[in-house]
Structures are given as C-alpha cells and as structure tokens.
Design a binder for this molecule. Structure first.
Ligand code: NAD
Ligand code: DAU
Length: 365
C-alpha cells in the first residue's frame, strides 16, 4: 500500500491522476499539495470530493518546511510531482515563474524528500516520481527517429529549459544521495479538465463561441497526442514496476500536424451539432448551428517564437518493462473530449470568466 503526496493535483493531469488512483487504489491515502495558481482548480477534484482517503492542502512546493511536515505527519512514502508552470506561451512572455516553480520548486521537493526519507529515515522504502515532458529533447525533423530515453537534451523554450533543469536535479539526487527517483517524459496530453489555453480545449471553446481558431505559423508542427487517461495508467505502471534511477518515455502513438488535428476536431463538432439539435440553441454563435462548417473559423496567425517543429515519442522501453500501451485512439479521444466539454460547460465557463479564481481567493487566503 502506497501513501501518496501528489503535487499539482488540482491541475489538469494531476487531478486526472488522483481520480484514476482513487479508482484503482481505494483506501490508500492521498495528500494533494497545490498552490491553486490560475491553472489549479478545486473543481477538478469534484469527482473525488468527500473521499475519506483524500486530503487537500493549499500550499507552495517551494515551502520546504511544509513539504517536510506533510511527509512526516502523514507518513507519506511516494511523491508524484506534477506541480509546474506548464504553458510554453506563458514561459515566452514571463520566464521567471518557470524558473521559480519548475526549478526551485522541484529542488525544494527533493530537499524535503532527502531530509525526511533519507536522513530521518521516515520511509526507507520510498519513491519520488517526477513528471516531465518530451520537450526537453528539443525538436525533430520530419524523418528523425522518435525521442528515446537516450536522446540528448536540447530544450528550446524557457518552459522546456526549466523542465530539463528539474530533470537533472532529480537525476543528481538519485546518483548523489540515493533518492529512489523515477522520471517520465511524456508527449502532449489532452482530455477532461484541460485548461482552455492549450490547443485542444482552446479550439473547442472558441469554436462554440464562433471565435477564430488561431493556428500558429503554417500549422504543420507535429505533436504526439496522449490521452490523459493513458498517461495516468503509465505513471501508475512506473510507480508499481519502474526501477529507481530510470527514465521512461510515455507517448500516445498518435502524431498529427496541428492543422489536421484542428480540422478533425471541427469535423467532430459538425457531426455533434448534426446529431444533437439542442446544441444550435445552446451555442448559437457556433458555425454548425448556423449551417456553416466549423473549419471556416480557422485562421493562420504569427508563429510562436522558437516553435518546435515536431515531437514524437518512442515508448518501447515502457512497453517492454512496464507493459504500458496507449489505449485511446486520437479519433476516439477527440470525440470524447469534445463531448466532455459539451457536458461540462459550467466548468470551462467558471475557469474562463475568473469567477472560480475569485471564489478561491476568498475561501483560501
Ligand atoms: P497544469 O498547469 O494544468 O497544472 C499545474 C498545477 O500545478 C496547477 O494545479 C497549479 O496550481 C499547480 N502549481 C503551480 N505552481 C505551484 C507551486 N509553486 N506549488 C504548488 N502547486 C503549484 O499542468 P498539467 O498540464 O497538468 O501538467 C502537469 C505536469 O505534467 C507538469 O509538470 C508538466 O510540465 C507536465 N507535462 C504536461 C504535459 C501536457 O501536455 N499538459 C505534457 C508533458 C508533461
Ligand atoms: O509536449 C508536451 C508539452 O505539451 C507539455 O510539456 C506542455 O506542458 C504542454 O503545454 C504542451 O506544450 P505545447 O506547446 O506542445 O502545447 P500547446 O497546446 O500550447 O500547443 C500545441 C501545438 O499547437 C503547438 O505546436 C502550438 C500550437 N498552437 C497552440 C495554441 C495555444 C496553435 O497553433 N495555436 C494556439 O492557439
């Protein structure tokens, strides 16, 4: 039985992971530590609200004393470290927060784990799992082989540089102090509770409002899409079977150019509007509600500076050692994700109009 500390558990992937873990490990304690930044949202934990195993603590991963206290008091033996600043565009406009949270924050987590687990020996059998990204490997050409665990690091954005630095710190704490750590580098996630600043949820919400669908550059950049449920299962496998000191790549096996992806999403939306007559009333500004195609909203806009051309993940090591396999195809994943946003309009409206963030500020000072 594991006793988990999940950092960033009110964010997109962290919350999905907590839902998954409590489904598959009922009765095992989970403490979520989250600062509730703009990207963190207690509503993301609504599906597990009231579960006796779950404790939520609003706090900063840079507060080393707080992390040490939680590890001691709750006798936690496993950290799953998601908390980060995660949006590349934000890192271009303001890199400082990325260094503070992703580099200093990860170092604070490592220091706390070292003190409590290695020096005080509160949990001699422990695991520090660090959730990282394929972006640390840089950008691929069209014919290059996919990123493996041996691909040299070549981060290109302040975000990916900060994640690369945090990966190196995790590695160093394993080699120098003997911390039992693992790292996963995964590709672009998508699915429920995805904050509408990232490509897929932004396109869904814009489409429903009849707003432009902005495609950076020529739209030919390739991402390897991973449904968040597959990612969560991958992390679970690493916790159960992964070897300390090892790195595992987790991918979705679903490469797509951005333009093709957005066109597919438009097709999914048009079909949903044809099938469900009420959608035209609920979203009167969406093109398919007015007899037009969603793709008519696509606009090419100025490219992101330093925009990586292609990511692709080789996850054969995770398949071989952990029995990991992505199960959700991109086509199915996009259909289900679009349906989730239709069913959970309350969620994205609250996130986008800031009312949720205002509520948090009055309830969690
Ligand atoms: P997210 O931005 O949705 O969530 C981040 C969470 O961390 C939020 O709940 C936020 O409140 C919390 N947080 C931020 N700073 C904090 C701090 N100082 N102390 C405590 N909590 C803090 O991010 P996500 O998309 O869920 O990504 C989770 C992790 O996975 C990140 O480490 C990210 O780098 C990595 N990752 C994400 C993707 C992706 O496609 N989203 C892909 C690869 C790797
Ligand atoms: O690869 C893993 C990474 O995936 C994670 O580490 C990051 O946390 C996560 O945000 C994501 O980074 P990307 O930059 O790839 O994701 P984003 O959704 O911002 O963009 C996906 C692609 O779509 C990228 O090529 C940029 C493009 N794009 C994005 C937006 C927001 C557009 O063309 N238009 C847009 O409006």
């Amino acid at each position: 039985m594991a006793r988990l500390l999940v950092t960033g558990g009110a964010g997109f992937i962290g919350a999905n992971f907590v839902h998954h873990w409590l489904r598959t490990h009922a009765g095992e304690p989970v403490v979520v530590l989250d600062a509730l930044t703009y990207a963190g949202n207690l509503a993301n934990l609504e599906p597990v609200k009231g579960r006796a195993e779950l404790r939520f603590v609003r706090g900063d991963i840079r507060d080393t004393a707080l992390v040490e206290r939680l590890l001691r008091e709750e006798r936690l033996d496993t950290i799953v470290h998601f908390a980060a600043e995660s949006h590349v565009d934000r890192s271009i406009h303001g890199p400082d927060a990325f260094i503070e949270t992703n580099v200093q924050g990860t170092h604070s987590m490592l220091k706390a784990a070292r003190t409590v687990w290695l020096e005080e020996r509160v949990a001699p059998a422990h695991r520090f799992h660090h959730v990282s990204t394929d972006e640390v490997y840089g950008s691929l050409g069209p014919q290059d082989p996919a990123f493996s665990e041996h691909t040299p690091y070549a981060p290109n954005s302040p975000y990916s540089a900060s994640k690369a630095a945090s990966d190196h710190l995790v590695r160093a704490y394993h080699h120098t102090y003997g911390l039992a750590s693992t790292i996963s580098n995964c590709s672009n996630n998508y699915g429920p509770f995805h904050f509408p600043e990232k490509l897929i949820p932004l396109m869904i919400v814009n489409l429903l409002h009849g707003r432009d669908l902005p495609i950076y550059g020529d739209g030919r950049n390739v991402r390897d899409w991973l449904h968040v449920s597959d990612h969560c299962r991958g992390i679970e496998r690493i916790l159960e079977k992964g070897r300390p000191g090892e790195v595992y790549n987790i991918g979705g096996g679903a490469q797509s150019e951005n333009l093709t992806l957005v066109e597919t999403l438009c097709t999914v939306a048009d079909a949903a509007f044809r099938e469900h007559g009420d959608l035209a009333k609920r979203f009167p500004d969406a093109p398919p509600g007015r007899g037009k195609e969603s793709a008519s909203l696509i606009r090419f806009v100025k490219d992101r500076p330093g925009h990586d051309r292609r990511y692709a993940i080789d996850c054969r090591k995770a398949e071989r050692e952990l029995g990991y396999r992505a199960e959700v195809t991109l086509e199915r994943g996009l259909r289900e994700t679009f349906a989730w946003y239709l069913e959970n309009e309350w969620w994205w409206r609250a996130v986008m109009d800031g009312s949720y963030q205002r509520w948090i500020e009055t309830h969690y000072r």
